[in-house]
Design a protein around this ligand. Structure first.
Ligand code: G6Q
Length: 550
């Protein structure tokens, strides 16, 4: 679509960045801050009540100029436009990529194959509004006339992680009597543990599957269906099961009336589907008005991404910094640490978003790639993780850039809790950047009265190398609007990185091989059949499992 281009690492800007990196690798951020009182201000971007401070990065104006040049050489502007226009930028699957259409709150027409997709999107939103309100108001009730207060989402991957992350993030907004549950894993424990907690008369199952062929989801849905039918009879299915899918035929085959089906489309990738009817559990939990506020927030980030010049564009800057560390410093891990308990599932959500989108080794020009693509993403809620993996972040031999996500106000302002939490996140960013020299560590111990010999012996252990990068994203509170902004910000950051790496961020062929092999191993475990020939290790594992299960 954009013509063959030279490999990303052969471009002019890439070469300049390689040279520039050699100068930057020994530059200390503390010196940059000391020399430049405007640094924090210059490397800060405000958008509505959200602020990104990216000053604690190993960058100068020159770095940013080269990175922006890289964006230009990668035709980022053209590719952003192509995505928003509905061009088929998912080239391996020949599909448009239009999660932005799901939250196109201006309702301007967006065409795929000459057809405006907005009327269908709006129709599904209206259907979600009607259904979620009916459930919340007790107008759509279960088989025995009871209100449906237990909402069980059955789905996996993109059909689970988004709704799970967002319902948890917005827990404070849940309707009074609503409880949400998620069943994703094929492990029977996932299903049993939820079914043990709910009672059939008050339970609504939402089966979310884009393809409606995913073995985990269909197996879990069948188990739940049987559990319901055993308790309330076959007729109850229509009152207790709805589906979200692109595949009406399979939904019907499963035994869910297509009137109870919420549609979405091929142009919505699984990991980008939280904004579609896959978000039905969110809409029921927090109300459709709040769900739409989430769409509004995402739309604001979309407009910022689409129209703001790249030097002041939050997702662009974040994406460029990601490339800077990943490909030039070779810092191939990134930690995401939200300082809010309600955002505890955001790191898991981003693991899929980033690693499934950009964990690729073939370029859009069909060549094997010779540079680093997706980093490893991990994380967890602060302050908990300060007491676990932060040891490595501060003193480990590999450097891990960190994103701190910080709401200024908590939904639970109890005593000093939130101020202590905020003091901690600010301290982490500062400590990572400044570090503590061996001499500083020594002097500190001496001041505290440690004997000379002991201070000498411990001074290296108690020192911190510092110069470790972090971004801080601050906003007022975790509300639906801000959550929408935050998630859209990471989607676009991921897109920017994918464009620079010249990969298709919207397929996921890497998950197929394992699935395929599992299907052939299954009969070997079930019937002792002999299947494909295995390597010695796998053959031995199969034999051991057979023995243990007998
Ligand atoms: C996401 C992936 C993947 C997908 C699951 C579930 O982008 O496509 O995680 O969401 O495999 O697929 P179904 O929704 O089709 O069941």
């Amino acid at each position: 679509m954009f013509g063959k281009k030279p490999e990303a690492n052969k471009s002019r800007a890439w070469k300049k960045l390689e040279k520039h990196y050699k100068k930057m690798r020994d530059v200390e951020m503390r010196d940059l801050f000391r020399k430049d009182p405007q640094r924090a201000e210059r490397y800060t971007i405000n958008l509505d009540s959200m602020m990104l401070d990216y000053s604690k990065n190993r960058i100068t104006d020159r770095t940013m100029a080269y990175l922006l040049m890289l964006a230009k050489e990668s035709k980022l502007a053209e590719k952003v436009e192509a995505m928003f226009k509905g061009d088929k930028i998912n080239s391996t699957e020949n599909r448009a990529v239009l999660h932005v259409a799901l939250r196109n709150r201006e309702n301007s027409p967006i065409y795929v194959d000459g057809k405006n997709v907005m009327p269908e999107i709006n129709a599904v939103l209206a259907k979600m509004r009607k259904f979620s309100e009916d459930v919340r108001l007790g107008k759509f009730v279960g088989q025995t006339g009871k209100k449906l207060t237990n909402i069980v989402n059955i789905g996996i991957g993109g059909s689970d992680l988004g709704p799970k992350m967002a319902t948890e993030a917005l827990r404070k907004y849940w309707g009074k009597d609503i409880k949400c549950y998620f069943i994703s894993n094929i492990d029977g424990t996932a299903c049993s543990e939820v079914l043990n907690k709910v009672n059939p008369e008050e339970t609504l199952f939402i089966v979310c599957s884009k393809t409606f062929t995913t073995i985990e989801t269909l197996t879990n849905a069948k188990t739940c269906r049987k559990w319901l039918v055993d308790a309330l009879g076959e007729h109850a299915v229509a009152k207790h099961f709805v589906a979200v899918s692109t595949n009406a035929k399979e939904v019907e085959k499963f035994g869910i009336n297509t009137e109870n089906m919420f549609e979405f489309w091929d142009f919505v990738g699984g990991r980008y589907s939280v904004w579609s009817a896959i978000g039905l559990s969110i809409a029921i939990a927090v109300g459709m008005d709040n769900f739409e506020k989430m769409l509004d927030g995402a739309h604001e980030m979309d407009m910022h991404f689409k129209y703001t010049e790249f030097s002041k564009n939050i997702p662009v800057i974040l994406g460029l910094l990601g490339v800077w560390y990943n490909d030039f410093f070779h810092f191939n891990n990134t930690a995401v640490v939200p300082y809010d308990q309600y955002l505890q599932y955001v790191p898991a959500y981003l693991q899929q978003l980033v690693m499934e989108s950009n964990g690729k080794f073939v370029s859009n020009d069909d060549t094997f790639i010779k540079y680093q693509t997706s980093p490893v993403i991990f994380g967890g809620a602060g302050t908990d993780v300060q007491h676990s993996f932060f040891q490595m972040i501060h003193q480990g031999t590999s450097i891990v850039p960190v994103d701190f996500i910080v709401p200024a106000i908590s939904h639970n302002e109890i005593g000093e809790h939130h101020e202590i939490l905020l003091a901690n996140v600010l301290a982490q960013g500062e400590a990572l950047m400044k570090g503590k020299t061996v001499k500083e560590a020594y002097d500190e111990m001496r001041r505290a009265g440690k004997p000379k010999e002991e201070a000498k012996r411990l001074k290296k252990y108690k020192s911190f190398p510092g110069n470790r990068p972090s971004n801080t994203i601050i906003f007022k509170k975790v509300d639906p609007y801000t959550l929408g902004m935050l998630i859209a910000m990471y989607e676009h950051k991921t897109f920017v990185e994918g464009v620079i790496w010249n990969i298709d961020s919207f397929d996921q062929m890497g998950v197929e091989l394992g699935k395929q092999m599992a299907l052939s191993i299954l009969p070997e475990l079930q019937n002792n059949a002999s299947g494909i020939s295995h390597d010695a290790s796998t053959a031995n594992l199969i034999a051991t499992i057979r023995r243990l299960r007998n």
